[in-house]
Structure formats: C-alpha cells, structure tokens
Design a protein around this ligand. Structure first.
Ligand SMILES: NC(=O)c1ccc[n+]([C@@H]2O[C@H](COP(=O)([O-])OP(=O)(O)OC[C@H]3O[C@@H](n4cnc5c(N)ncnc54)[C@H](OP(=O)(O)O)[C@@H]3O)[C@@H](O)[C@H]2O)c1
Length: 251
C-alpha cells in the first residue's frame, strides 16, 4: 500500500543501476512510497524481474549513452533522479591498472551522472520542483588503496554536487549526495570476485545493506521542500577511514 505523498508533490523517479544492490533497493523503496519509478540498467534478466513489479517501468540503457536517455525521456516529467549506477572495475595499484579502466570508471561514475542531470534539470527548474541524488562514496572523501581512479570519480561527483547547489540556488531543486562506506552488494564482482569479496570484505561483521541506503534516501526526500539534505555519509559501525599507517624499511 503506497504511503502518503511527498510534501513536495513528486510523482516520478528515475533510478540508474537499478538491476542490483543499492539501486534495486532504492527502486523498490521509492515505489513503496508511492512514486512511479523508471528503473534503468543493462541486465535483461534483472530488468524483466523489475518490470513485473507494479509501479515500475524499465529502460534498458548504458548510462554512457546520453542520446538513449534524451530519446526515452522526451516528454516525460522526472521529479526525482537517482544517479546510482557505478563500477569499481579494478582494485589494483594505479600504476598497474589497465589504461582502459581510467576511461571506464570516469565515464560511468562521473561523466554519465552529469549528462543525465543536465538532461532532466531544465524541466525541474521550469517546474520549480525536483530532487537529484548522487550516490558517491567514502572513497571520494578519503584515500582508499587500489581505488585512485574510483576515488577521483567519486570526489568529482562530490564537488560537482556542491557547485550544482550554487547554480540551482533559488530554483527550488534539491541536490543530495549520499556517500557510503562499505555496503554489501555486487560492486566488487569484477575487481575481486564475489567469493573473495565475501570473505575479505563482508564476513565477520554486520554490513550495511542496500535497503539501509534506500531508507536514508527516502528520509532526505521526505523532508519539507525548504530543506535540502546536502550530504549524507554513512559507514558500517565496524568500518573507519583515516589514521596513519607506516611502511617501515629498517629492521
Ligand atoms: N557497495 C559499496 O560498498 C559501495 C560503497 C560506496 C558507494 N557505492 C556506490 O553505489 C552505487 C551502486 O553500486 P552497488 O554497490 O549497488 O553495486 P552493484 O550491485 O554492482 O550495482 C551497480 C549497478 O550499476 C549498474 N551499471 C554499472 N555500469 C553500468 C552502465 N555502464 N550502464 C548502466 N548501468 C550500469 C549495474 O547494472 P547492469 O549490470 O545491469 O548494467 C548495477 O545495477 C555505485 O555508484 C557505487 O560506486 C557502493
């Protein structure tokens, strides 16, 4: 049963990276909260499963294909955009990564969300109504070994959010960055395989679940129109970043 409508009158949301993890949880949470949701992803099987959900329509598209979005969104009102799709395609040291990974992570994690925001924002500004979410990362706010390019892409997203808020001042459109630490998803499947991810990253403590991130997003969305939750950082209680680690060469 849909819950009460949002104070801001939002009706339709578009979520990228909807076929897995955080994006899928956000699609279902927004739908349960009464919004019509366009779920974007590439995996046909996962999209077919989502398409069977009431209140959800699907769009099969690569987020790098901005022309596909222009065509698919023609004439559609999008009140809530969730730029969630992202990849961490390698965890190797920067000097060892395949050069193609640089473009891959910058294109998917940084350029694509900007292009999609550029697509929907004129309509939001015209209606004086809208909320754009970006799923950043703790890796965009502090250094993580083996994640230099990923971190650069997420740091770019983070500063972009701050600058966008300046440009949108007075329009009524809100911008929220959610920057999580480790969440239990498929994100590490390419970089290390899910079995290794399980034992190295997720076993032995209670992880953040995708549904937890979806609830945070809903909380920001439900705030009165005059309140913009600009940034939410969230970590597992068992994770911290920072401190200092020395590599000693003297015996
Ligand atoms: N898990 C974590 O610990 C963590 C922490 C901080 C931030 N994040 C961020 O959270 C977001 C969601 O990741 P997740 O953890 O939920 O990982 P996930 O389970 O791997 O989900 C990633 C999603 O992105 C989609 N995607 C990837 N490349 C795409 C492309 N080129 N075009 C369209 N869709 C694409 C995938 O869909 P298809 O496979 O169908 O294309 C999938 O639905 C990412 O931005 C990630 O950086 C995750």
């Amino acid at each position: 049963m849909p819950e009460a409508s949002f104070p801001t009158g939002y009706q339709r949301a578009l979520v990228t990276g909807a076929t897995s993890g955080i994006g899928k949880a956000i699609v279902l949470a927004l739908r349960d909260a009464g919004l019509q949701v366009i779920a974007v992803g590439r995996s046909p099987d996962a999209l077919a499963e989502l398409a069977s959900e009431p209140g959800v329509t699907t769009l099969q598209a690569d987020v790098r294909d901005s022309k596909a979005f222009s065509a698919a969104l023609e004439g559609l009102t999008v009140d809530v955009l969730v730029n969630n799709a992202g990849v961490l395609s390698t965890r190797a040291a920067f000097q060892e990564i395949d050069e193609a990974e640089i473009d891959n992570m910058i294109d998917i994690n940084l350029k694509a969300p900007l292009q999609l925001a550029r697509n929907v924002l004129p309509g939001m500004v015209e209606r004086s109504r809208g909320h754009v979410f970006f799923i950043g990362s703790s890796a965009g706010r502090a250094p993580h070994p083996g994640a230099a390019v990923y971190g650069a892409s997420k740091a770019g997203v983070s500063l972009f959010c701050d600058a966008l808020r300046c440009d949108l001042l007075g329009t009524g459109v809100r911008v929220t960055e959610i920057a999580p630490g480790r969440v239990q998803t498929q994100l590490y499947r390419t970089a290390m395989g899910m079995q290794a991810a399980g034992s190295e990253l997720y076993d032995g403590y209670e992880s953040i679940q995708p549904e937890d991130i979806a609830q945070l997003l809903l909380a920001a969305l439900r705030m009165p129109a005059a309140v913009d939750v600009s940034r939410l950082e969230v970590f597992p209680t068992a994770q911290a970043v920072g401190g200092s680690r020395m590599v000693k060469t003297l015996s």
